[in-house]
Write a protein that binds this ligand. Sequence first.
Ligand code: IMP
Ligand code: MG
Length: 190
Amino acid sequence: MMPVTVRAKKDTSRPEIAAVLFTAAQIAARVRALAKTIQAEGKGQDFVLVGVLKGSFVFIADLLRALNLPVELDFLSLSSYAGDRSSEIVRLNFDIRANVRGKKVLLVDDIVDTGFSLAFARKHLLAKGASDVEVCVLLDKPARRKVFVPVRYIGFSVPDAFVVGYGLDYNERYRELPYIGVLKSEKVEP
Ligand code: IMP
Ligand code: MG
């Protein structure tokens, strides 16, 4: 049998992107499908969409418009840095202003990697009295998980590589790319 060569899609205008993993059209189709599932499972219930800044801003803008539901929107901001060997310290830079007491929350982020950020944010929102916090991410990088976080809705799984675009950054760059791409490994500082 002839060997099949799969050539990675490239963005010739951005040589630092090794490959395009998901095109804008693929992402749009997946976001529509996710929104349909969320809508069907939400059974028309009101909820608060909470995005984790900054990475989730493109995804949540598309998801919100694909959801045919009355929702409230708010954001919080986190930063994390390495603690001792097996831990990570997550800090709340700023909090939501919405009152989530007794309400259902859909917590939205760009990617779940180690899981520390979303585990922290979920616990934080439950402590503020949310009746339920479901998690929705565009991307899941399961190979890197260090702490369990229940993620109900996942757009795509990605391999253990640094990905950028569609809101995701590397040192605050590449958020504007309309696709999800893998950054060349020599560009990523260890
Ligand atoms: P955590 O490791 O699950 O706590 O993820 C923390 C944050 O790191 C995510 O919300 C992303 O903003 C960022 N992150 C993790 N992996 C990547 C990546 O491959 N590209 C861009 N940002 C990432
Ligand atoms: Mg983030």
